[in-house]
Design a protein around this ligand. Structure first.
Ligand code: PNS
Length: 167
């Protein structure tokens, strides 16, 4: 029986840290389904459709989900939830989620994976903050994400001048 893993997240936006985890997961499991959360509490920068489009372009295979993660995982006949752990600060929330998901469905295992060292400080939140303030994010997100960020913040008129930094 193939081992199917679900890698869920907000992916707002997808970073190279996510790409790294997906690439590592793809070596470990027969199949890894990238699942974009539809209903986030926080107001996302990118619409779900755009987040899905980005991930589809980068990976050509993904899905989105609403409702309980464990229900989605079961519907996909997957056995594993993959989550990235970057630092101790991630641990508490991830530990709570893993145990709650275990209580909700004891047949689904959460597996934590470490990204490559150079992505241990990369987060979607910081990427948005740095970019919106005129900082460089090249190498930390796929090229397509950088283009979309540029488009989004230019449309909002909220980026500082990038001409000095060559962008
Ligand atoms: O990228 P994120 O924002 O850290 O991902 C969080 C996510 C999507 C994994 C989490 O919010 C989630 O699983 N949401 C679905 C609703 C659910 O199942 N909640 C109970 C989790 S214990």
């Amino acid at each position: 029986m193939p081992t199917i893993a679900v890698y869920p997240g907000s992916f707002d936006p997808l970073t190279n840290g996510h790409v790294d985890i997906i690439t590592r997961g793809a070596r470990l499991f027969d199949r890894i389904v990238v699942a974009v959360l539809v209903n986030a509490d926080k107001a996302p920068l990118f619409e779900v459709a755009e987040r899905v489009e980005i991930a589809q372009t980068v990976f050509k295979s993904l899905s989105n989900f609403d409702g309980l993660l464990v229900d989605y995982v079961a519907r996909r006949q997957a056995q594993v939830i993959v989550r990235g752990l970057r630092a101790v600060s991630d641990f508490e929330f991830e530990f709570q989620m893993a145990l709650m998901n275990q209580r909700l469905n004891g047949r689904i295992e959460t597996v934590f994976m470490m990204p490559a060292e150079q992505y241990t400080y990369t987060s979607s939140r910081l990427i948005k903050e740095v970019f919106s303030l005129g900082g460089q994010v090249s190498g930390l997100v796929p090229e397509m994400v950088e283009q979309r960020l540029r488009r989004k913040f230019t449309a909002r008129g909220s980026t500082r001048s990038r001409s000095r930094s060559g962008k």
